[in-house]
Design a protein around this ligand. Structure first.
Ligand code: GCU
Length: 435
C-alpha cells in the first residue's frame, strides 16, 4: 500500500490534472529530485527545457489546445525502402524500430531480469457484479526480495472451454481514491466482460515498479540494478509495467481455463501508455485497448498540443523512461527522435488495437487528434502485413466508433476515462477474436 500511496502522490506534482487530491510525500520527492539530478549529471546535461503548463493560463508555457497551432509535423517514415514487403518488415524494420524505441525511450529489460514466481494467495467461487465467478488472487515474487506483485484473475464459473481474458493495468480490488466517493458506473466493465462469458484480470503496476523516481532503487528495476544507478538504456517504469504484464501472461498461458491466443491488455492514461508498450514488446498479446494514453503513448510527440516531451523528461515523469530519453528534453529536440507515436503503435501490427480518448475540453492533455494521426500513420505497417489498419483518413465524429479495420479509434464525449469506450472496445474484441 505504501507504494500505491507514493504513486498516487506522484500524480500531484505533474503538470496537468490527473488526480489532485493527494499530498506528495516530501521524503520521496526529495529522493526523486536527487536521482533526477544525478541522472542528468551522468548524461552530462546541464539545461532542460520546461514543459507545457496545464494549469496557469497566464504562463508563457501554457499548454496549447488550439488545433491551428499544433503544427503539421513531418513524421519519421515507417517504410524506409522503395519495395517493402512483409518479410522486410518482420525481419528488418520492426527489429530496428524496436531497438530504437528501447534505446531512446522505454529502455531495455536487463538480461538479469528474473521471472516472477506466482503463488495463489486466495481462491474461491465468488459472486461478482451479479455473475458467478471463480476468482483468484496471486502474488508474484522474486525470491530474496520484498517484491510482492498484486494480480487478480476473475473467470466466469461454468465456462465451457477456454475463455479469453482482458488484463487491465489497474488498482487493487476494493481500492478507493481518497476524497468524496465517486459514483459507481451503471454498467461496470467487469460486468460487460463477464456477460460475454469472458474473464478479466487486474495487475497493479505499482507493485511491479513504484511510480516515481525515488522508486528506481526499488521494485523490479531496483532488483535488477542491484544498487547501481540505471545505465543509459536501462528500462523505465513503463517497460517494467509491461514486463509485469508479460509475467502475468506466462501464468495465464499455463492455465487450462484460459485461451492464451485471446489475451488482451488494457489501460488508461499512464497505464494506457504501458498497454501500448506491452503490445509493442510482447507479441503474445493478441489485442490492446490503449485509452487516453497521451504523450509517451499514442499521441504524436511532434505535435504541439497537450502534454509535451519536456513534461515527460521532467522529474515527475522521467522515471517512466530510459535515462537516454532525457536528452530529448534538453540538448536534443523532440524532432530529433528517430520515431514518433505511430512507430510505437506500428509495433503491434498486425494485431488489433483500439485507441480511445475523451473530448478536448476534458481530455485535451492527451491530444486525441494526435492519437488518431498516430493510429492512421501506423496503418502503413498493417497494410504491409495484409491488414487494413485504421480505415479512413479523417477522425470519426465524437462517440462514433471507427472499427472497420484492424485499428479501431473512438473519441467519447466524456473526459479522462475508458468507461464510455468499453462497449465499443468489447464489440471490436468480439469481432477480431471471432466471437
Ligand atoms: C498526468 C501525466 C500524463 C499521464 C496522466 C495519468 O496527466 O502528465 O502523462 O498520462 O498524468 O496517468 O493520469
Amino acid at each position: 500500500m505504501r507504494l500505491l500511496v507514493s504513486t498516487i502522490a506522484a500524480l500531484t506534482c505533474l503538470a496537468a490534472p490527473a488526480s489532485a487530491q493527494f499530498r506528495p510525500d516530501p521524503v520521496r520527492q526529495a529522493r526523486t529530485e536527487k536521482d533526477y539530478q544525478a541522472t542528468l549529471q551522468r548524461l552530462g546535461i546541464q539545461v532542460m527545457r520546461v514543459g507545457a503548463d496545464g494549469f496557469n493560463k497566464s504562463s508563457p508555457n501554457y499548454v496549447n489546445y488550439d488545433e491551428a497551432k499544433a503544427g503539421n509535423p513531418k513524421l519519421p517514415p515507417l517504410i524506409t525502402i522503395a519495395r517493402p514487403n512483409a518479410r522486410w518488415w518482420r525481419s528488418s524494420r520492426r527489429p530496428e524500430l524496436i531497438r530504437l524505441l528501447e534505446d531512446e525511450m522505454y529502455g531495455r529489460v536487463p538480461s538479469n531480469a528474473p521471472s516472477l514466481r506466482w503463488s495463489k494467495v486466495e481462491e474461491g467461487p465468488r459472486q461478482k457484479f451479479g455473475f458467478a465467478t471463480l476468482s483468484r488472487k496471486y502474488r508474484g515474487m522474486v525470491p530474496g526480495s520484498a517484491l510482492a506483485v498484486d494480480l487478480s484473475l476473475t473467470l466466469p464459473a461454468n465456462a465451457k472451454g477456454r475463455v479469453p481474458v482482458i488484463l487491465e493495468f489497474g488498482f487493487p480490488e476494493g481500492f478507493r481514491f481518497p476524497g468524496p466517493a465517486r459514483p459507481e458506473p451503471a454498467n461496470p466493465w467487469q460486468a460487460q466482460i463477464l456477460r460475454r462469458g469472458w474473464g478479466y484480470a487486474v495487475l497493479v503496476p505499482n507493485t511491479v515498479q513504484p511510480d516515481d523516481g525515488a522508486g528506481l532503487s526499488e521494485g523490479i528495476i531496483g532488483i535488477t540494478a542491484g544498487g547501481r544507478p540505471r545505465a543509459l538504456h536501462d528500462w523505465g517504469a513503463l517497460r517494467a509495467w509491461a514486463w509485469g504484464a508479460s509475467q502475468a501472461y506466462n501464468l495465464f498461458s499455463a492455465d487450462p481455463r484460459i485461451d492464451s491466443r485471446r489475451v488482451a491488455i488494457e489501460g488508461l492514461s499512464r497505464y494506457g501508455k504501458a498497454a501500448a508498450v506491452t503490445m509493442a514488446f510482447d507479441q503474445r498479446f493478441s489485442l490492446g485497448f490503449i485509452g487516453s494514453s497521451g504523450a509517451g503513448g499514442a499521441k504524436i510527440l511532434r505535435r504541439n498540443f497537450g502534454e509535451r516531451v519536456e513534461n515527460l523528461t521532467a522529474s515527475g515523469e522521467y522515471h517512466w523512461f530510459a535515462p537516454a530519453f532525457l536528452k530529448y528534453g534538453g540538448p536534443l529536440e523532440t524532432g530529433d527522435l528517430p520515431f514518433d507515436a505511430h512507430s510505437l503503435l506500428a509495433m503491434a501490427a498486425p494485431r488489433p488495437i483500439f485507441v480511445g480518448a475523451g473530448m478536448i475540453k476534458e481530455d485535451g492533455w492527451v491530444d486525441p487528434r494526435g492519437s488518431f494521426i498516430a493510429a492512421r500513420e501506423a496503418s502503413a505497417a498493417y497494410r504491409l502485413l495484409g491488414r487494413p489498419g485504421l480505415v479512413g483518413s479523417t477522425p470519426p465524429a465524437i462517440n462514433e466508433t471507427r472499427a472497420a479495420g484492424t485499428i479501431a479509434f473512438r473519441q467519447h464525449d466524456g473526459g479522462h476515462t475508458n468507461e464510455p469506450n468499453w462497449p465499443a472496445f468489447l464489440d471490436f474484441a468480439a469481432r477480431v477474436w471471432g466471437r
